[in-house]
Ligand binder design. Structure first.
Ligand code: NAD
Length: 497
């Protein structure tokens, strides 16, 4: 299957068959390919190429740059099923979610094409006669993109589509657990570039197949003015000071610990469906997965019962075969999950589910039953993001207590409330409500649309990507003052003669 997918996407066999680093599919532990990981010298050469490409690309008018992104979007439409299947094979998310990721790429391309005609600044009134001021936006430079295994393609596209129309070149270091999807995207973009013609310079978009060291090299390079990095809070903690030390900018999209407040007035049918999708979907390996359910004490038993029943109906298995839950990414993720569940048991929590499944059929694939852990308080275990399907359940008495529990974690990505009480829903999204970058009402925390800015506060890193006015992050802002008079008055009325 991998051969035919790669062929249709336009990736040559050399690119994924000739290295010594094995790419493993989490679905069955089988080998998908062998790649060559690049060292720091290769990164250096790629940055130099990206710099040259940037110098040419910034001269192409922005609406023309949008045309390249439009052609890329067309390639994605044509190869949605191929790339979606590759996401499933390489990352283990179910095929429907693989397709969903590619659809997000298509959506951001559409948005970026429109944006390419709207890279506008302001005109500003000047205090000096015969002068005007304006704000203009210029291309920034080669943009460094570092991505995580669990969303191997969409976050790259959120950045790449906008960065390209803004006149920048791209350097993408994908997760070493998901390099083949990156090669697939690059091949499709190269096809779009070939169709676009000579204006797209060589080296406009490059993939760096490397590990953490390659990411660090990119982070340290002063020729890369912006690093947009998606991954764990640990990664962000290491990367951010390196970029800041050379006064580079970073967009950080890090770990989440997303909560739902479930009020007694909520529509429980809707809430249970939302819990199921957001806690169990992608086997709990979304940055926006629901990890904490804060439920009113009066409905706790009923809700837990209903969620357990819903969990029992979930099919676990091959993500290509119409199941709802695929595998964890690897053995390490499985061991981490088991260790956290053991600690929870030792602390007296009640643990439902969490067992390994299908081990006979897939000795090297790590499938698990999603777990529900009922806790009495929100301790350090709950405050940590465990990247696996574990849903902690806690109860609350009044809304203020729920809000305090909700915000009392180090992360601040996504959040939601289910309620029919308009006072509660408005309070939840008010200045004193949820402290997250995303706050939803009567909809779960996962499954964002590209129209809104995506990202979170606190240990989630503060970055925003996709939609809204995010294009400005990929440009350099300049203030211009133009004197069209025959005098040279100074600002603030200063006399200097
Ligand atoms: P990870 O942090 O292990 O790796 C992410 C990327 O960073 C990889 O490409 C890796 O090679 C690179 N990297 C690691 N250490 C680095 C360093 N010191 N310097 C430079 N690069 C480095 O994360 P993962 O396991 O691939 O992904 C799961 C994590 O990502 C979870 O915490 C999840 O919440 C988070 N995530 C966040 C978002 C978001 O938008 N907020 C989206 C997806 C995933």
């Amino acid at each position: 299957m991998i051969e035919s997918l790669m062929q249709r996407l336009g990736v040559s066999e050399d690119a994924y068959r000739q290295g010594d680093y094995a790419v493993i599919s989490p679905t069955d532990g089988g080998e998908l390919g062998q790649i060559r990981l690049e060292g720091v010298d290769a990164v250096e050469a790629r940055v130099a190429r990206a710099q040259r490409a940037f110098e040419e690309w910034r001269r192409v008018p922005a609406p023309r740059r949008g045309e390249l992104v439009r052609l890329f979007g067309e390639q994605l439409r044509r190869h949605k099923e191929d790339l979606g299947a590759l996401v499933t094979l390489e990352c283990g998310k179910i095929y429907q979610e693989g397709l969903g990721e590619v659809q997000e790429m298509i959506d951001i391309c559409d948005l970026a094409v429109g944006q390419s005609r709207q890279l506008y600044g302001l005109t500003i009134a000047s205090e000096r006669p015969g002068h005007h001021m304006r704000e203009s936006w210029h291309p920034l430079g080669p943009i460094g993109l570092i991505t995580a295994f669990n969303f191997p393609v969409a976050p790259w596209a959120w950045n790449a589509a906008l960065a390209l129309v803004c006149g920048n070149s791209l350097l993408w270091k994908p997760s070493e657990k998901a390099p083949l999807t990156a090669l697939g995207c690059q091949a499709l973009l190269e096809r779009a570039m070939a169709e676009f013609g000579d204006e797209a310079p060589e080296g406009l978009s490059q993939v760096i197949l490397g590990d953490r060291e390659a990411g660090e090299r990119l982070a340290d390079d002063p020729r890369v003015p912006l690093i947009s990095a998606t991954g764990s809070t640990r990664m962000g903690r290491e990367l951010a000071p390196r970029v800041a030390a050379r006064f580079g900018r970073s967009i950080l999209e890090l770990g989440g610990n997303n909560g739902m407040i479930l009020a007694p007035s909520a529509d429980l049918d809707m809430a249970v469906r939302a819990i199921l999708f957001s806690a169990v979907g992608t086997a709990g390996q979304r940055c926006t997965s629901l990890r904490r359910l804060i439920v009113h004490e009066s409905i706790r038993d009923e809700v837990v019962e209903r969620v357990k029943k819903a969990y029992a109906g979930v099919t676990i298995g091959d993500p290509m075969e119409g199941n709802l839950v695929g595998p964890l990414i690897d053995a390490q993720a499985f061991e981490q999950m088991q260790s956290v569940l053991d600690q929870a048991r030792q602390q007296g929590a009640s643990v439902f589910g969490g067992e390994r499944q299908l081990a006979d059929q897939y000795p090297d694939g790590y499938y698990v039953t999603p777990a529900i852990v009922e806790v009495e308080q929100q301790d350090d275990l709950v405050k940590n993001e465990t990247f696996a399907p574990i849903l902690y359940v806690m109860s609350y008495r009044d809304f203020d207590e729920a809000m305090t529990l909700h915000n009392d974690v180090p992360q601040g990505l996504s959040s939601c409330i289910f309620t029919s009480d308009v006072r509660e829903s408005e309070a939840f999204i008010s200045d004193v409500g949820s402290d997250c970058g995303i706050a939803n009402v009567n909809i779960g925390p996962s499954g964002a649309e590209i129209g809104g800015a995506f990202g979170g506060e606190k240990e989630t890193g503060g970055g925003r990507e996709s939609g809204s006015d995010i294009w400005k992050s990929y440009m350099r802002r300049q203030t211009n003052t133009v004197n069209y008079s025959r005098e040279l008055p100074l600002a603030q009325g200063i006399k200097f003669d």
